[in-house]
Design a protein around this ligand. Sequence first.
Ligand code: G6P
Length: 360
Amino acid sequence: NELDKGTYPFYMLKEIDEQPAAMRRIVQTYQNDAGELTIDEDIVNAMLASDRIYIIGAGTSMHAGLVGSQLIEQLNGIPVEVHVASEFAYNMPILTEKPFFIFLSQSGETADSRQVLVQLNQLGYDALTITNVKGSTLSREAKYTLLLHVGPEIAVASTKAYTGQIAVMAILADAVRQAQGKAAPFDMGQELSLIANAMETMIDEKDHIHEIATDLFTDKRHAFYIGRGMDYYVSSEAALKLKEISYIQTEGFAGGELKHGTISLVEDGTPVIAFITQQNTAAHTRGNLEETRSRGAQTAVITTEALARETDQIVLPTVNELLTPLVSVVPAQLLAYYASLDRGLDVDKPRNLAKAVTVE
Ligand code: G6P
């Protein structure tokens, strides 16, 4: 039974573990009989006709949108803006002539996101909802829907829905690329399969990651994740994961921006974890991490085999740089899980939070 936690102490760990299988299921579901990834033609055409795509979501879904924005911009050359739903609803940006809207929502019930969709529907715009829940409000009220197919997510802290959303956006961007007649920079289906394997490698390192979590977070009250570009987006998600279930105040910060003020918060033993998965920013992020270490930070690095140095704590199998968030987020999910577990907290039900927030 999908809703049973089985031998797992918490749903969150079960859902982290399910991610490789979820990746494979997404690929299978979006494959046609010839084994090619496909997306409903109407959705692809709506994207093609658009001069700017607006991605709207809350919490973890918004963070998935940040990664999706890079995928769409790089593979399709269409500009993308990512917005927090609760801000967009009351402070709508000036829209372009042919906007297209993508709503990201695991539950499909988030009131902040729905409020935006209601307004856009009234204005006569078309939207696509990417959600895990068939028949959910946001799915019913948007013209188009794509489903995540990751199975029910029970833990309040979202894990497999985040990676599922990124994977579905990757498949969408790839389908649009094909319709644009652009050459494929890599085989998306094959890359997503490699990613499933890479996720498994990380999951197999749980015990090692637990040790790192204990070492970094015991008795700590503040922490930072840093990175640049794609790694910054994952830092935001990694920080949210850690703070929401461990109650350690954590910021996800752009590596280069830290020195412009926030580094003054770093003191002896402050955990600072850097994502270093992108060739073009690796050296600079290393420099930024070093700046925190020389001010007393306890540092850790999440990197890829291609960019790893001897002392790096967590090394991911190398996958395409555009898709590394799918793999690099996994150790961060595990770090958050073990930080919460070590504190004896209810990992699945953090205080003050709900799985779906149906008030604005
Ligand atoms: C709540 C949950 C978050 C989630 C956010 C958006 O705040 O606690 O984990 O990211 O809502 O939810 P959605 O269902 O729209 O993705």
